[in-house]
Design a protein around this ligand. Structure first.
Ligand SMILES: [Zn+2]
Length: 465
């Protein structure tokens, strides 16, 4: 491998002076031409420029215009310069500001973004594209116009809504999907949708999914090639069990401090204040929930209920730290650039970043699960105590991190176990909730579970313990 010497005295490489006309009429105020290495950061109007022209793209250009030792075999330095122009990317989620900014500054020209949130005042400390005057506006729209205004030549098409509003036809137009979603449900949905879109006769139907996520000082980025590599669903069992638990657990025997808070906010509040909605941002409301939760915790000998836990649980807060978001979004967008251009090999396939206990990163290949309900083709074995009632079975399903369902409908091949709706079927199957599992299903029998949060049906093989 040969490297050009990098020293201040090194002569300029041809590509650095490419497309720069000699300055005959004095320096243009809009586009300062650089003839020496004293590079000052200025923001020229680059609307009409190609990627090779502007000083802004100097470093990107350096990557794209030299074929590195790890580049794809058919890497074409001339082609790469315009390649990103037509590479349509889709982005969504809580890492939105970082991702949009990075994609635009990486040379992507056609970006679509979906976000269902409006700007809240509490976002302003880290979501740097938003200003106080933007509070209440849709995030997608404001972020798109901010970045387009700042990085000329990029087109960002915003959509204010949920990713689930769009169908496969919509997602088919993109070459790459990059998500920094903060909800497990939304990620499961986009993952399952992209896996389902793969048509083996049409290579274009396989859309690489780059998934980034953070929680406090921890984060991960991963590259998912739907149907080829392990998918998001394959790794759901790596998640910590979620805080939300079925109502019946809350109402009967809480086991964790969060259960007490949920009991107070979801059951006690509506009981005591029939007509008043709990306002998560009202400190008096939060205080009331906290006091009730604390009482209940003491009753059941549970420690750990605090005001900030109460706030965290009712607002469903996942702690967000700006610098972690920045690291993870940076990693995701680097992967996007590598996938789009072939300039370097991309991540295979999971990078975790741990910054809460010292600092540690690790990359590994997460394997496909043969019984993954989305990309595998086997039903998952699930150990069941034959003495459980169907209701207990559903409760426990909801607690499993790899299942995560809220309002499931359950059927076997020979009977309807439980239907959430319509009312007639719900009424008809409700008595089953009290029945024991051994009286409803056989050992080895398959239960199919559907849930409004899932774009697929989950298949479980009942294994009696
Ligand atoms: Zn999978």
């Amino acid at each position: 491998m040969q490297r050009p010497a990098e020293s201040p005295a090194a002569p300029k490489l041809p590509h650095e002076t490419l497309n720069r006309e000699p300055s005959t009429a004095g320096p243009s105020p809009a586009v300062p031409l650089q003839s020496s290495s004293t590079h000052t950061e200025q923001l020229p109007d680059i609307a009409a420029m190609t990627i090779s022209d502007s000083p802004r793209w100097k470093y990107l250009n350096r990557i794209l215009s030299r074929k590195g030792p790890f580049a794809d075999e058919d890497y074409d330095t001339e082609m790469q310069k315009t390649f990103l122009d037509d590479f349509k990317v889709f982005g969504a989620g809580g890492l939105g500001c970082e991702i949009l900014k990075n994609l635009a500054l990486s040379g992507f020209k056609d970006i679509h973004v979906i976000d269902m949130d409006t700007i809240d005042i509490s976002n302003l400390n880290r979501q740097f594209l938003f200003r106080a005057s933007d509070v209440g506006q849709p995030k997608a729209t404001v972020a798109a116009s901010f970045v387009m205004n700042r990085v000329k030549g990029v087109t960002i098409t915003p959509y204010y809504g949920a990713i689930q509003d769009k169908g496969q036809d919509y997602y088919m137009q993109f070459k790459l999907v990059i998500c920094g979603l903060d909800s497990v449900e939304a990620r499961r949905w986009i993952n399952a949708t992209l896996v389902d879109m793969v048509d083996n006769n049409n290579p274009e139907s396989l859309k690489p999914l780059i998934d980034g996520g953070t929680e406090g000082f921890k984060g991960q980025s991963r590259v998912i090639l739907p149907t080829l590599t392990s998918c998001y669903e394959c790794s759901l069992d790596m998640l910590a069990p979620r805080a939300a638990v079925p109502i019946c657990t809350l109402a009967t025997i809480p086991r964790q401090p969060a259960h007490c808070v949920e009991w107070a906010s979801m059951l006690e509040w509506p009981r005591v204040f029939e007509d008043k909605k709990l306002d998560n941002d009202d400190p008096e409301h939060v205080q009331w929930v906290y006091e009730q939760a604390l009482k209940r915790a003491q009753e059941f000998n549970i420690s750990g209920v605090t005001y900030s836990l109460t706030q965290g649980v009712i607002k469903n807060i996942i702690p967000a730290i700006a610098s972690t978001n920045s690291i993870i979004a940076g990693s995701c967008c680097n992967e996007a650039l590598k996938i789009a251009t072939g300039a370097n090999p991309y991540l295979n396939n999971y990078m975790m970043y741990i910054g809460n206990e010292g600092i540690y990163t690790h990359t590994f290949e997460h394997e496909k699960k043969p019984d993954c309900p989305v990309c595998g083709n086997l039903a998952t074995d699930y150990t069941v105590d034959p003495e459980w009632t169907l209701e207990e079975f559903i409760d426990r399903l909801g607690e499993k991190p790899e299942v995560q369902i809220k309002k499931p409908t359950l059927v076997t091949e020979r009977r309807k176990l439980y239907y959430q709706g319509p009312p007639q079927l719900n009424e008809q199957t409700r008595p089953n909730l009290e029945k024991k599992m051994k009286d409803l299903v056989d050992h080895g029998e398959e239960i199919a579970i559907t849930d409004p949060g899932l774009p697929f049906s989950l298949r479980l093989n009942v294994i009696f313990s």
